[in-house]
Each structure stands twice: as structure tokens, then as C-alpha cells.
Design a protein around this ligand. Structure first.
Ligand SMILES: Nc1nc(=O)c2c([nH]1)NC[C@@H]1CN(c3ccc(C(=O)N[C@@H](CCC(=O)O)C(=O)O)cc3)C=[N+]21
Length: 292
């Protein structure tokens, strides 16, 4: 019997296409507007994973022509100091987007800081005003990771209307806004999480399965309906038996690729889409701020 294998949802390729489109748009607008779009990335402390992500985001900005204003603060920086920096960036005409890299050191309240960002400069789409706009179906800056998932599904013309979508994970960064976006697209949405009984019986119903729990290998082939579209939001760094570090998602790719119709790889799936949506949000704020 022929062994089938799922088609890839290639986030890396789509992200590259979005970068090119943004670069072309910026190249055209910048002479007219007189300045490039600007993104400020705030990083506190020296979590090595965060440092790597921040440097990726800055490189992506440079590539498309967004000015990046990176600010790095020592781990001991106070909430008040950071709130002052954000207030200044809120007023700064060169800055269209502000992002506070998460997680923050334990003594800092990330929710309080996110509140301080002007909602129209909230490139991450995590300010309560933007989450509220999403909940109400109003336009606004959308959270980057779930927006990246939606954009990738759209690119591959995956039908969502009336479909059973299951989101595994309920974080404010991914799971909750993901469920709202799928609902906005008229899917029938179920949210499963660490306290759900019998996860398998829930995921087996999914036409569209989104894994965003942050648990390596949580989803295996037996949990997936044949022909499902499977999206892996997990980014987990693990050490394999040879002592080498590598990136894996929440989905056991090998087994799941044999039953799914479409699957996202890790790396090369939703990670690059998240960065593309961050740049896109920055450019939409730039257009809005400059009346274009
Ligand atoms: N305020 C805030 N906003 C975020 O969006 C945010 C954050 N904080 N903190 C950390 C997480 C994580 N995150 C990733 C983005 C891109 C990749 C990415 O591009 N990954 C590549 C591989 C990168 C590698 O090889 O290490 C890929 O999946 O192909 C990964 C992870 C954004 N986050």
C-alpha cells in the first residue's frame, strides 16, 4: 500500500513573500512620507533565547527597510523605568511599533507594561484594547502568532467556515486570540487545555487542529483525524540523544504527517510567520500614522 504523507504548509516561504511585498511597499512610500517605518524592541535581562529572537526580528526589519530601535535593559530595571521608556516611545514620531520581548524577569509585571503601550503602536497585538477589538470583530492590530496561522491557512485556501477547529492551549499570547480569529472566520471552535479530560477524544474531532501548548510531542498520530489540517505553534528547544540541541513543536511530526492532509513544520512553519506579521503590523501602524 502506498504510504501517504501530508503536504507542508510552508511558513518560511510565505514569510519570505510577505517580506518582499512589505519591502516593495516601503521603498515606494518612504520618499513620499520622508521616513521609514520604525519598530522599537525592548528586551530586559539576558535570556539567551530572547536575545536570539530579538536579533532575528531586528535582522528582518533591516531586510524590509523598517528602522529598528532596539533597547536592551539590565535584568534589575524597574517597572517605573520601563514605563517611562514606553511613554517616550509612545510620543516618538519615528516609532510606529513597540514590542516588549517576553518573558520578562520575574519581578516585572508584563501585563502592567503591555497596558502602557499606545494601542495603535502595539505591534504584538497584545494590549487589552486590541484583544477587545478582536473579541468584538473590530479592526485593530492582531496578535502576531495567531494572525500568522490565519494568513498561512488563507494562503493554502484551507476552508474554515463550519469546520471543527480545535485549539490546544489557552494562553493570552496564542490560544485565546487564535480561538477568536477562528471564530471570526466562522469555524466551530473548541479550546482544550491542560485540565481537559480525554484530550484525544477532543482532538480527533478536529478538521483543523492547532497545537499551542508548549509541550514537545504532545500530539501524536492517533489523536489526529485522517485528512485533518494540523498547525504546530510549539517552539520547544530540546536536547536529543546525541546531546545536540534542536527545535521541535508540540506535534510528533513523523507520525502525524502520515495521517494529516496538511502539516506545518518546525522550524519553518509558524515561527517565521510570527515575525512576518510583526513587520506587517508595524507597516499598518506606519500607514495609519502617516495618513496613507
Ligand atoms: N512580545 C513577544 N512577542 C513575540 O512574538 C514573542 C515573544 N515576545 N517572546 C518569545 C516568543 C517566541 N517567538 C518566536 C518568533 C519567531 C520564531 C522563529 O522564527 N523560529 C524559526 C526558527 C528559529 C531558530 O532556529 O531558533 C522557525 O520556527 O523556523 C520563533 C519564536 C516570538 N515570541
Amino acid at each position: 500500500m502506498e504510504i501517504k504523507t501530508a503536504k507542508l504548509l510552508d511558513g518560511k516561504a510565505l514569510a519570505a513573500k510577505i517580506h518582499q511585498e512589505l519591502a516593495a511597499m516601503i521603498a515606494q512610500l518612504q520618499p513620499k512620507i520622508g521616513r521609514p517605518p520604525g519598530l522599537a524592541v525592548l528586551m530586559v535581562g539576558d535570556n539567551p533565547a530572547s536575545a536570539a529572537y530579538v536579533s532575528n526580528k531586528e535582522k528582518a526589519c533591516t531586510k524590509v527597510g523598517i528602522a529598528s530601535f532596539g533597547k536592551h535593559f539590565p535584568a534589575a530595571t524597574t517597572l517605573t523605568e520601563l514605563e517611562e521608556v514606553i511613554s517616550e516611545l509612545n510620543q516618538d514620531q519615528r516609532v510606529d511599533g513597540i514590542l516588549v520581548q517576553l518573558p520578562l524577569p520575574n519581578h516585572l509585571d508584563s501585563i502592567a507594561l503591555l497596558h502602557q503601550i499606545a494601542p495603535d503602536k502595539d505591534a504584538d497585538g497584545l494590549h487589552p484594547v486590541n484583544l477587545g477589538r478582536l473579541a468584538r470583530g473590530e479592526s485593530g492590530l492582531r496578535s502576531c502568532t495567531p494572525a500568522g496561522v490565519m494568513r498561512l491557512l488563507e494562503e493554502y485556501k484551507i476552508p474554515l467556515v463550519g469546520k471543527q477547529a480545535v485549539v490546544v492551549g489557552r494562553s493570552i499570547l496564542v490560544g485565546k486570540p487564535m480561538a477568536l480569529m477562528l471564530l471570526e472566520a466562522n469555524a466551530t471552535v473548541t479550546i482544550a487545555h491542560s485540565r481537559s479530560h480525554d484530550l484525544k477524544s477532543i482532538t480527533q474531532n478536529a478538521d483543523i487542529l492547532i497545537a499551542a501548548a508548549g509541550i514537545p510531542g504532545l500530539i501524536t498520530a492517533e489523536m489526529v483525524k485522517p485528512g485533518a489540517v494540523v498547525v504546530d505553534v510549539g517552539i520547544n528547544r530540546v536536547t536529543d540523544s546525541n546531546g545536540k540541541s534542536r527545535l521541535v513543536g508540540d506535534i510528533d511530526f513523523q507520525s502525524t504527517a502520515k495521517v494529516a492532509e496538511y502539516i506545518t513544520p518546525v522550524p519553518g512553519g509558524i515561527g517565521p510567520m510570527t515575525v512576518a506579521m510583526l513587520l506587517q503590523n508595524t507597516v499598518s501602524s506606519y500607514l495609519r500614522a502617516t495618513g496613507n
